[in-house]
Design a protein around this ligand. Sequence first.
Ligand code: ZN
Length: 89
Amino acid sequence: MMKDKEPSTTGTCAACRRTFEFDPQSVSTVLIDPDTGLPPGMTVLATLRQATPEAVARSTDEPICPQCVTRAQQFQAESASTPTWDTWP
Ligand SMILES: [Zn+2]
């Protein structure tokens, strides 16, 4: 099947820090707290804590690469009740 859209933007994956090209219209994003480099509510040990309103407010949507999207989806499917990302790099 032909793809009719070319990736048009280069960015850094919020999860693995790999530089990749993406289409900003369709790229998957994740909310990242700039203080920790992790989603609000997650610690560096990948354990969950209460996300503070301040952490959510300062967080921004960062693109994540297709590899990490796939890994996250697989991991969520395997452990739907415990959404920790401790298998990420
Ligand atoms: Zn990635």
